[in-house]
Design a protein around this ligand. Sequence first.
Ligand SMILES: O=C1O[C@H](COP(=O)(O)O)[C@@H](O)[C@H](O)[C@H]1O
Length: 244
Amino acid sequence: MTTDIRNASLETLADSEAVALRMAELLVEGIQAKADGLYRVALSGGSTPKRLFELLASDAFRNRVAWDRLQVFYGDERHVELGHPDGNQTVAQSVLLRHVPIPAENIFPIPTGATVTADAAVYEKALKAAYGSDELEKGRPLFDLVMLGLGTDGHTASLFPGQPVLHEVKAWVGTAAPETVPYERVTLTYPAIASSALVVFLVTGASKIEMLERLRAGDQELPSARVTSEGRIVILADRAAAGA
Ligand SMILES: O=C1O[C@H](COP(=O)(O)O)[C@@H](O)[C@H](O)[C@H]1O
């Protein structure tokens, strides 16, 4: 079974705080439900997940997560040096990962020290090693959870409009060099995102109203609307984004 965006379920929540709380609960429940194994999550970047990271690092959540069973990946990264303030990994590290007892070997960074193509290849190799195969197998998802955002131009991860990586059907990781935003990017491809038990879009704020409407309608002009999953797709939106 393949789920596309038109089969996604929408949860409209009061505000961005409620969206972050719901995402935190989904993550905790997912890890608890998979009591016997590792739980692989791809974190989204951008501004929206920051509050989620704060919540997961807080007293309310930190002790509810089996950190030793969580493997953390990234959906995309700006090709900037480690620790750069615009790096998605910088935010995840500084707001979440450095405050919780996650083993260092459970974090799978996107390298940014070589060329963007070479770094993408290294990240893909790490993903394949963690998965235990070079080929994605149906029924054995690469990710238990892929978190995604929604850009005001319809991008998600670093799948930007017009980028050749949108046509990638085999590689798990690709690159992008959008002219509309700073920095080259390393990104998961559609096939890698599709190998997931659950994809959750986090969409907050009135600036996302139009894109959320088009996403839900499955407008294939939007890179985000071409995301599929072999599991479920859930959209967590606040009232402002849902225009409710
Ligand atoms: O999935 C993603 O979406 C965002 C959009 O981010 P936001 O700042 O509007 O929350 C993107 O730029 C990010 O890197 C990505 O992982």
